[in-house]
Design a binder for this molecule. Structure first.
Ligand code: NDP
Ligand code: 8X3
Length: 261
């Protein structure tokens, strides 16, 4: 069987890294992206050693359209047949009432979570469309997975801009599902609740103590739980599209209610 290819943005840590590991273990070819080149190199070596995986690491900042175009727009021929794109790179920055928020944080969240997702999609979706039209194509369209959040459906205090960015991911996922319908591209929005990754450390600008408190008394999800959900969505039969999936820890009902022990 021909090996399939997945491109995962934000694969240097957390959900993206776990997704790269899982797909590599299943025999997929992996394109991993992020800004931290050393981590991508280490991941490539690990996946190659552990699973014999073919891995292409690409270093770019999703906020920078020029970097995205230069990197994804010049993919080597053998890496252009992308079956699955996981738009995962993202972050929350800061947690304050709107009147006290830092505009630099707002810009970082909107530029990464919304515009970055668009910059990557506008390069990769046409590759999927072009391939679907080729005479020797197997009839399966591509698959785009967008990492949304429970914050894309509910808004909580001190999180207005992050929540707005994830509401935008929800709208973009719905729009992609409509616009790419005739090209047979499946679009899945995965909406995690609390996942213990570097997310909270990034949100609190490196304050590890404050970050750890987020998960006090809760068995949070791990990146691998979301990776499993992504793999499940991708491995449905070709006529099935999982539109949306919300995954929370058992102790979290939604953005407002958590049963801490
Ligand atoms: P991590 O902080 O562990 O990972 C975030 C990843 O995004 C890193 O690989 C980082 O790579 C990458 N990234 C961030 N900014 C950029 C950028 N400008 N350009 C390129 N890559 C970037 O967090 P998670 O794994 O938890 O987050 C992954 C996604 O899941 C995010 O979209 C987040 O909003 C979402 N999410 C997370 C939840 C959680 O509780 N953890 C819950 C719901 C959704 P690098 O720094 O090397 O560039
Ligand atoms: C991350 C989960 O609840 O902090 O998207 O918004 S939450």
């Amino acid at each position: 069987m021909e090996r399939k290819t997945i491109l995962i943005t934000g694969a240097t840590s957390g959900i993206g890294e776990a997704t790269a590991r899982l797909f590599a273990s299943k025999g997929w070819r992996i394109i991993v992206t992020g800004r931290r080149a050393d981590r991508l190199r280490a991941l490539k070596d690990e996946l190659k050693g552990e699973y014999g995986a073919q891995v292409l690491p690409l270093v770019f900042d999703v906020r920078d359209k020029k970097q995205v175009d230069a990197s994804l727009g010049t993919l080597p021929e053998e890496w252009r047949a992308i079956d699955v794109l996981v738009n995962n790179a993202g972050l929350a920055a800061g947690m304050e009432h709107l009147d006290a928020g830092d505009p630099a944080d707002w810009e970082q969240m909107i530029d990464t979570n919304v515009k970055g997702l668009l910059w990557v999609t506008r390069i990769v979706a046409p590759l999927m469309i072009e391939r679907a039209g080729a005479p020797d194509h197997d009839g399966e369209g591509g698959h785009i997975i967008n990492t949304g959040s429970i914050a894309g459906r509910q808004v909580y205090e001190n999180g207005a801009v992050y929540c707005a960015s994830k509401h935008a991911v929800n709208a973009l996922s719905q729009g992609m599902r409509i616009d790419f319908l005739r090209h047979g591209i499946r679009v899945t929005e995965i909406r995690p609740g609390m996942v213990e990754t570097e997310f909270s450390q990034v949100r609190f600008h490196g304050d590890a103590e404050r970050a750890a408190k987020v998960y006090d008394g809760v068995e949070a999800l791990g990146g691998d739980d979301i990776a499993e959900a992504i793999f499940w969505a991708v491995s449905r039969p070709p006529h099935v599209c999982i539109d949306e999936m919300t995954v929370t820890p058992r102790q979290q009902a939604n953005a407002y209610y958590t049963d801490r022990k």
